[in-house]
Design a protein around this ligand. Structure first.
Ligand SMILES: [Ca+2]
Length: 398
């Protein structure tokens, strides 16, 4: 974001400097939205329907996290720097009745080193930190838990926890206990050897020597290189995620050469997408794909899964799928999607959160000739396809 006045530049620089001297939380941080600044509208309910679908900003949900106000607890995401520990937002829960849960995960556990979890909180009452072991068919609550008593002033709470040997993935859980009113901000999850990922990107990613295809959509598409079908047109300036985007109207689709734009043996697809439909519309929506029997697909499918995979002779070779991940997605939200693959690992990230992975995926030797981009009812921006893995989060060996 460009800052106009000199005064603001200086204060931004001072904040940066202050962060380097005294970070708000331990680094590197696994959490892509640690300060709860990035939010999204909640699914419609009776109250929002009465308001014609308009949901006040303080009822939006923090992205990549899950929040569950239970049995009459009140959850808010106040857009108010005065209430936050840093930035504009934090999470707030008033459990005068019921209880509130703030949850992150599942997170893969690559090795047995202890993890550190830290967060800032203030309020009255008690907040309990717990973990769940994630198994394919169920979650098991870890017996040990960490209760913290809240104080009126912001205070940093932290704990170190050794993942039990049989844990491969776990979920982090903050729960109010008893009558509790709490503001939470600036959380961090870290462990030895963790590398923080620069996701989601806060500016256009640009082209480099590993880039096979880069479309920022600032210029009209070259009609010699792209097949354009249906209604496809650029957005107005600054209506895209960065600058201009490409809007796919009825039957909209563009395609170019897959051979030149994608290496099936190793690569990364990064794209910003904004859907004008809800995630549970029961329809398949292509983001980037190679159609046909020797295919590749990155999509939101009819089951609300976010799906990435390769196929051969129409049969699936390998895929990484986040089941139902898009179910509560509301229209009109820019989301960042990244898929990475090589012979060791296939991973999918949304808004910086690892949502699916596959070990030792079978990869295509050769793909079909066409690379299809987008589909009706979406907007796409800053698409980059590379011949290297740009983002990797360590996972346990199977
Ligand atoms: Ca914040």
């Amino acid at each position: 974001m460009l800052v106009s006045s000199r005064g603001q530049w200086v204060s931004a620089a001072l904040i940066l400097l202050a962060c380097e001297v005294s970070p708000l939380y331990p680094q590197p941080n696994l959490l892509p939205n640690p300060s709860f600044e990035s939010t999204e509208p909640p699914p419609p309910n009776a109250a929002s329907a009465k308001e014609g679908g308009v949901v006040p900003a303080d009822l939006w949900l923090p992205r990549t996290w899950n929040v569950y106000p239970q049995d009459g607890a009140d959850y808010r995401s106040p857009d108010d720097p005065a209430q936050a520990h840093s930035g504009r937002r934090c999470v707030y829960c008033n459990a005068a009745r019921g209880y509130g849960i703030v949850r992150y995960g599942p997170m893969p556990i690559p090795k047995s080193d202890p993890w550190k979890f830290s967060f800032w909180a203030r309020g009255k009452g008690q907040l309990v930190v717990g973990f769940y072991q994630v198994l394919p068919d169920r979650w098991n609550r870890m017996q040990k838990e960490w209760p913290f008593t809240l104080e009126e002033q912001w205070k940093q709470f932290d704990l170190e926890v050794q993942p039990p040997n049989d844990y491969r993935q776990w979920i982090l859980d903050l729960t109010t206990r008893g009558t509790t009113q709490v503001w939470i901000d600036d959380a961090s999850v870290t462990y030895p050897g963790l590398t923080a990922l620069a996701l989601p990107p806060d500016k256009p990613v640009m082209k480099d020597e590993h880039t096979l295809l880069y479309l920022a959509f600032e210029e009209p598409l070259n009609e010699d290189a792209y097949f354009i079908k249906g209604q496809v047109h650029p957005s107005k300036d600054n209506q895209g995620r960065f600058g201009k985007s490409l809007i796919f109207g009825p039957e909209g689709y563009i395609a170019c050469s897959a051979n030149e734009s994608l290496d099936p043996q190793e690569g990364t697809i990064e794209v910003w997408a904004k859907f004008n439909f809800p995630g549970n519309d029961g329809m398949y929506h292509n983001l980037v794909s190679v159609p046909g029997p020797e295919g590749m697909t990155l999509c939101k499918d009819q089951y609300s899964h976010v799906h990435f995979g390769f196929s051969s002779g129409w049969a699936t070779l390998s895929n990484a799928t986040a089941m139902g991940y898009a179910h509560y997605w509301q229209p009109g939200v820019w989301r960042h999607v990244a898929a990475c693959w090589d012979k060791d690992l296939m991973q999918v990230f949304v808004d910086g959160k690892l949502i699916a992975w596959k070990d030792k995926p079978k990869l295509s030797r050769a793909l079909g000739p066409e690379l299809g981009i987008g589909s009706a009812g979406m907007e796409i921006d800053d698409l980059r396809i590379s011949n290297i893995v740009r983002f990797r989060q360590s996972v346990p060996t199977p």
